[in-house]
Design a protein around this ligand. Structure first.
Ligand code: 3PG
Ligand code: MG
Length: 399
């Protein structure tokens, strides 16, 4: 994989694929612009070299047709403010008008193409669509780590048509941090896995057994593990079909000497509701009409002790239903424990990053990934299709 740094981009037309799939409220205000800030190093570098900057992204899941509420124009405005220059919003991402707009660009101009997913070809990895996109540029730059697990035209097929395909700084940084944490970590390496479902994390758990020294489990997925140890889980969410699998994962962990931590107490309620009555109970004493919605205070203490000697921590997924105040303490305590540790700390995107921003601990985490699904794919030990495409592209093109 070639880096943008290794090639001459002066005055060239650069098509930079970013992930500006940022959360918007119902008035189209950006709720969190970290994905925009994350690619500024690449964009500013390109402008320093007087490139013509054509930026492409998807927004949300419009399903191959134009959905006005999913326009990228809020992102164009925000980006313009960060770059301190005009970002022209194109009305589409391909077609004659876009071609005309791009051919009129001068060195240092910035154009943001409209949502790639307004065309069905994007998610179908359609070659004709990819070819049209590639036709806009001299150099294709992938800086969209968060969508690199998708086999989409603007990250995969495009590398077969662009004259030259390289990686941007964010993509490189994400892969480098992850590699450092997973492949050659300072030990102990502790992986914290939370979230609702064991089924979503199965690949990550299995792959993790080969690498980690300790697993710490939280979120509703812990219920399935607890059930396999004989706990009655009341009305808690449990994946019954995975109870046996959970037991076998713990058995394998024991065989390998991987320490496996489960909650010892829980915050329970009769329903998921901010107003519901709550109590804290040992996991052996979950009342039959109640459900587990967060880890309890003894668990938070246990987990912070387990993190005490960690040199590397990878975290993905919340400890409870943290969107509701009454069930957010376990996740908040975990944010503090991770922030307070003396470890290299890497947190996967999705829910967990929101909890960290809310707690104001962003600066005390070594690296917060912009990727949710893409980060999970790396945890599973799998190659990202868009990264594979970049690796192959290098061999095909003479510089
Ligand atoms: C994300 O937010 O997960 C990425 O932007 C990818 O979007 P997707 O999950 O809709 O493919
Ligand atoms: Mg996603």
């Amino acid at each position: 994989m070639k880096s943008i740094k290794e090639i001459d981009i002066s005055g060239k037309r650069l098509l930079v694929r970013v992930d500006f799939n940022v959360p918007l409220d119902d008035q189209q205000n950006i709720m969190d612009d970290s994905r925009i800030r994350a690619v500024l190093p690449t964009l500013k570098y390109a402008l320093d070299y007087n490139a013509k900057l054509i930026i492409a992204s998807h927004m949300n899941r419009p399903g191959g047709k134009v959905v006005p509420g999913m326009s990228l124009s809020p992102a164009a405005k925000r980006l313009g403010r960060y770059l301190e220059k005009e970002v022209k919003m194109a009305n589409d991402c391909i077609g004659p008008e876009v071609k005309a707009l791009v051919s009129g660009m001068k060195a240092g101009d910035v154009v943001l193409l409209e949502n790639l997913r307004f065309h069905p070809g994007e998610q179908k990895n359609d070659e004709a669509f990819a070819k049209e996109l590639a036709g806009l540029c001299d150099v294709y730059v992938n800086d969209a780590f968060a969508v690199s697990h998708r086999v989409n035209a603007s990250v995969e097929a495009i590398t077969r048509f662009a004259p030259l395909s390289v990686a941007g700084f964010l993509l490189q940084k994400e892969l480098t941090y992850f590699k450092q944490a997973m492949e050659d970590p300072l030990r102990p390496l502790v992986t914290i896995v939370g979230g609702a479902k064991v089924s979503d994390k199965l690949g990550a758990l299995k792959n993790g057994l080969q690498h980690v020294d300790k697993f710490i489990i939280g979120g509703a997925m812990a219920n399935t593990f607890l059930k396999s140890t004989g706990c009655s889980m009341g009305k808690s969410m449990v994946e019954e079909d995975l109870v046996e699998m959970a037991a076998s994962i713990m058995k394998k962990a024991a065989e390998r000497g991987v320490k496996f931590y489960l909650p010892v107490d829980a915050v329970v309620a009769r329903r998921i509701d901010p107003k519901a009555e709550t109590k804290i109970v040992p996991v052996q004493e979950i009342p039959s009409e109640w459900m587990v919605l967060d880890i309890g205070p003894s668990t938070s203490l246990l987990y912070s002790e387990a993190l005490y000697d960690a040199k590397t921590i990878i975290w993905n997924g919340p400890m409870g239903v943290f969107e509701i105040d009454a069930f957010s303490r376990g996740t908040r305590a975990m944010v503090n424990s991770v922030a307070n540790s003396y470890a290299l700390t890497i947190v996967g995107g999705g829910d967990t990053d929101v909890a960290i921003y809310d707690s104001g601990e962003t600066n005390r985490i070594t690296y917060i990934s912009t990727g949710g699904g893409a980060f999970m794919r790396l945890l599973e030990g799998k190659e990202l299709p868009a990264v594979a495409a970049l690796n192959n592209a290098e061999e095909r093109v003479e510089v």
